[in-house]
Write a protein that binds this ligand. Structure first.
Ligand code: SAH
Length: 251
């Protein structure tokens, strides 16, 4: 059995209880070495075989999985954050289906949640934005044209941009083609939940400059939108004048 496990955004105690149990029981671990905190590997058994997928191709990862399966060993494939975002798990799952190897998937805390925690922010503020766009700049992986940053920026919603900290000049330019203005608040969150975490608050107009000043060009998320402003309407759910399924309005 292959267990895909979300490692969480960095802090080793942000893996789920289920993920930690699977890691403790694993005979083989293949972890995404570029972003998974190696401190998590301390949970592994002394005789666990550990592979760093940053140095491997998909074919090599699959070969390790297949050999482990044939030997009756339990394998954990440890991905950063939650495996469902930019994790390249689908191609592994399809290949495992073709090989008749069973697998399951244990979710993790995505870095976009870790980044909100670091910035003490809520993406979905009443009358500011009720949607979060999770996207990226096109790099070596293309982005379909209708999903360009400029197209999403037209909505002015809360936005989290992955995999783009090395392209802040281009990102800034694209963001300004939409509903955001140079004064729309933004933040660069570097290594959310790691000891070296940094939250740099800026605006869309000063994004690239902030990246240069703080030397942030990788392992960071760009948060954009008025949710980073202090103005919003309080939630109706907790408003005394609002009746809910659990509580009568008191005035
Ligand atoms: N599956 C992961 C994302 C993998 S893509 C998740 O759910 O978070 C890798 C990108 O995620 C990085 O380039 C960076 O943009 C972002 N990232 C991952 N961990 C991060 C962290 N702790 N802080 C800030 N950004 C992070």
């Amino acid at each position: 059995m292959i267990h895909f496990v979300g490692a969480g955004p960095g802090a080793p105690d942000l893996i789920t209880l289920r993920g930690a149990e699977l890691l403790k029981a694993a005979d083989v671990v293949i972890y995404a070495g570029s972003l998974v905190n190696p401190a998590l590997l301390e949970l592994c058994k002394a005789d666990c075989t550990v592979h760093n997928s940053a140095e491997m191709t998909l074919e090599q990862v699959l070969a390790v999985m297949e050999a482990a399966e044939q030997a009756g060993r339990a394998t954990v494939r440890l991905h950063t954050g939650d495996p469902c975002l930019y994790g390249a798990i689908r191609e592994q799952m399809d290949a495992l289906d073709a090989l008749n190897i069973p697998y399951d998937d244990t979710p993790g805390v995505s870095s976009f949640c870790g980044a909100a925690a670091a910035a003490q922010a809520e993406y979905t503020l009443p009358e500011v934005s009720q949607s979060v766009v999770i996207t990226r700049m096109a790099g070596r992986t293309p982005v379909p044209e209708p999903e360009s940053i400029a197209a999403w920026a037209a909505h002015g919603a809360s936005m989290v941009v992955f995999l783009s900290a090395g392209m802040l000049d281009g990102l800034q330019e694209e963001l300004l083609k939409g509903a955001y203005t140079p004064t729309t608040p933004a933040a660069l969150v570097y290594k959310a939940t790691w000891p070296e975490e940094k939250v740099v608050r800026c605006t869309v107009g000063t994004l690239a400059e902030a990246g240069r000043e703080h030397q942030i060009s990788k392992t960071a998320l760009v948060l954009v939108g008025n949710f980073l402003n202090p103005d919003y309407q309080r939630s109706r759910l907790y408003d005394p004048s609002f009746t809910t399924g659990f509580r009568e309005a008191s005035r």
